[in-house]
Design a protein. Structure first.
Length: 355
């Protein structure tokens, strides 16, 4: 058994498992560039270890698996760069290396088990959803809330969201709906449910047992899901291929649920909504590599724009929850504006993969 890592992430070999712990509990284990850079070479090493049967990912503190990428750091670096009239390599490097890590996890040759005890959003979803096993608990809270901060459902959202049943991927990617364990298991976003009180026992078992056998032994019933009751309405209302069409369908649907969803969409960045819908449509037929390449183009455009910085200001900095989006309305976001987010970047600096 060996231990290594940094003050933000730790790595331990225990029996047949490799154990990764995200150790920023005060920041809800938000993913930093330093964590990514420490993790990538360990994964490469473990992939070749004949004695390692699986990798287990957990978050320290009991409140979060990983609440997302450290977008506050990207915001601060980007704002400083804009004021100085230059580009900041931190912004580009964070997303470049995060997406490469997402792909490495997706192609890892051994099972990855993620224990989603607490909050799992954004970048935390990217760390877990591409692996083979995802364990929810009664404390799990899962979402892709990027449209609310001027971004889009990235970290491979283009790949996994369109592969959910019906229009569920569009619904989750556009609204940022928060899901608990029963709905995650229903959708297959979680593969197992284990009560948090049994997690230490499960982790111990994963040192000596194959992942599938240990998880099957600890798996429990998460209770009834809520999404099936809305599935037909979601399929109807999110069938249109424009945000305006979706809002019209929600209006026609009527009722408290549809009104609540429409009101939520109307608070989000109009640009984010339009590029997200297009992204999810294109991602249906893409490999994980092509999906991440597309997202890297998109995120670089977002970093050059205004809405990401305004979204972070409103939600995380000033916390007034009153972003002033540019453009401010859906009508002002043209097809040409949307297309620009998917065009090759001018400097040719595209996302590449090392292996």
């Amino acid at each position: 058994m060996t231990d290594r890592g940094t003050d933000e992430i730790s790595f331990r070999r225990g029996g047949v498992g490799g154990f990764v712990v995200f150790t920023r509990p005060k920041a809800l284990n938000a993913l930093t560039l330093g964590m990514i850079r420490a993790y990538a070479p360990v994964l490469a090493e473990w992939a070749k270890d004949p004695n390692l049967r699986h990798v287990v990912q957990t978050g320290e503190g009991g409140k979060a698996f990983c609440a997302g990428g450290d977008v506050r750091a990207a915001y601060e670096a980007g704002i400083a760069a804009k004021r100085g009239g230059r580009a900041d390599p931190l912004v580009r490097d964070f997303f470049f290396e995060e997406y490469r890590l997402n792909r490495r996890l997706a192609r890892f040759p051994k099972p990855i088990v993620s224990i989603l005890d607490g909050i799992c959003m954004g970048g935390g979803v990217g760390l877990s959803v591409h692996g083979r096993y995802r364990v929810a608990t009664e404390r799990t809270l899962f979402a892709m809330p990027e449209s609310a901060i001027g971004l889009f459902p990235d970290v491979g959202g283009s790949y996994f969201l369109p592969r959910l049943p019906g229009r569920m991927g569009d619904f989750l990617g556009l609204t940022g709906e928060r899901l608990k364990a029963a709905d995650l298991v229903h959708l297959g976003l979680a593969t197992h449910y284990v009560e948090s009180a049994r997690l230490e026992e499960l982790l111990k078992a994963l040192e000596s047992e194959a992942a599938d056998a240990a998880l099957a032994r600890f798996n429990a019933d998460p209770g009834p899901a809520t999404l099936p009751g809305h599935a037909a309405a979601i399929d109807r209302c999110f069938a249109p291929r424009s945000i305006e069409g979706i809002l019209a369908a929600l209006d026609a649907e009527g009722g408290e649920w549809a009104g609540k969803i429409a009101a939520r969409l109307c608070k989000m960045s109009p640009t984010s909504l339009k590029i997200s819908l297009r992204q999810l449509e294109l991602g249906q037929s893409m490999s994980i590599e092509d999906a991440l390449r597309m997202e890297f183009r998109m995120v670089r455009r977002c970093m050059d724009g205004d809405d990401f910085y305004e979204g972070i200001r409103a939600v995380l900095v000033d916390k007034d929850n009153a972003p002033k989006w540019k453009p401010a309305t859906l009508a002002e976001v043209t097809d040409a504006d949307v297309a620009r987010y998917f065009a090759p970047v001018a400097d040719g600096d595209e996302l590449t993969f090392a292996d």
